[in-house]
Design a protein around this ligand. Structure first.
Ligand code: AKG
Ligand code: FE2
Length: 306
């Protein structure tokens, strides 16, 4: 079996291991986010059959005609729910659009989700996956808070009832006439606290190392890939890194599906760098005072989703 290139942690050891196994989990996770901004998690508690069912639903939807798909693209929703067409989103400071189309599922009580009536099982499957990923994220954020020396629920509490987003992405076979500057996903950092990437249907994900070279993250069944985003970097004064990553075209003609779950804090969350993290990062405040809501609005405008 292919070897993972980033640290791997076992969530069951955090939940049910002895004290030293729990501590090892916390330290491995924290150090991975400090150095790489990425780790992989096994025994994550998200039903693997459900992940596969979600990919089947995704395939059923994305193979419909543009005519059908565009019924679920509502400009008034700013891309926060439903469909976003191929070639709309581009990475910050990268003018060529990404070679992908996607669908967003959010928390229902914030803003109603769209329901593609042509695919009756789509919503029930995606809603169930959303809940399981949300639960997994709570546990990972608990470990992260303990690593930072904060109360266990310090970070996870920020995400309760927040509008975390499940993004179901379809990267079609690379079109012959694609802009040569376009990648499946151009180099970018995630905006939110952490992202959970369900095992994708193909490889292609890479992270940018500090020496300027790209590290491929293999796609290994049973693993969820987790990365820290800009909001966690801002809150920890840069202690935990938001690492640049991309999805390369691979030169093949295959389609690829992936499902990142972007974990967000509620809008009023204060993301001013934590004093304990300022101390650990050389006593210099590197990020401004800002709330999560203000931060998100600035960033969505930069990637063409607002
Ligand atoms: O498709 C992937 O594996 C990663 C996608 C990603 O990084 C993103 O949508 O932010
Ligand atoms: Fe990303």
């Amino acid at each position: 079996m292919m070897q993972q290139t980033i640290p791997v942690v076992d969530l069951q050891l955090f939940l049910h291991g002895d004290q030293s196994q729990q501590q090892t989990f916390i330290t491995t996770l924290g150090q991975a986010l400090e150095t790489l901004g990425f780790f992989a998690v096994v025994n994550h508690g998200v039903d693997r059959d459900l992940i596969q069912q979600a990919y089947q639903q995704a395939e059923a939807f994305f193979q419909r005609s543009d005519d059908v798909k565009l019924r679920y693209e509502d400009a008034a929703l700013n891309g926060q729910r439903g469909f976003t067409r191929f070639g709309k989103e581009h990475a910050k400071d990268h003018p060529a659009p990404d070679l992908k189309e996607f669908w967003h599922v959010g928390r229902e009580h914030h803003l109603a989700n769209l329901d593609p009536i042509e695919i009756p099982e789509f919503c029930p499957v995606m809603n169930q996956l959303y809940q399981q990923l949300d639960q997994c994220a709570v546990t990972l954020l608990e470990a992260c808070a303990l690593y930072l020396g904060e109360p266990r629920s310090f970070l996870s509490n920020m995400t309760i009832a927040a509008d975390s987003i499940l993004r179901i992405i379809h990267y079609p076979p690379i079109p012959e006439d694609a802009d040569p500057a376009s990648l499946r996903a151009a180099p970018h950092e995630d905006i939110n606290l952490i992202t959970l990437l369900c095992e994708a249907t193909d490889s292609g994900l890479e992270l940018l190392q500090r020496d300027g070279t790209w590290l491929a993250i293999p796609n290994i069944p049973g693993q969820i890939i987790v990365d820290s985003g800009d909001m966690l970097q801002q809150l920890t004064n840069g202690l935990l890194k938001s690492t640049t990553h991309r999805v390369v075209n691979h030169g093949d003609r295959d389609r690829r599906f992936s499902m990142p779950f972007f974990v967000h804090p509620v809008a009023q969350t204060d993301l001013t760098p934590l004093p304990s993290c300022i101390t650990k990062t050389g006593n210099e405040v590197k990020f401004p005072k800002i709330t999560a809501g203000e931060y998100l609005q600035q960033r969505l405008a930069e990637i063409g989703l607002k």
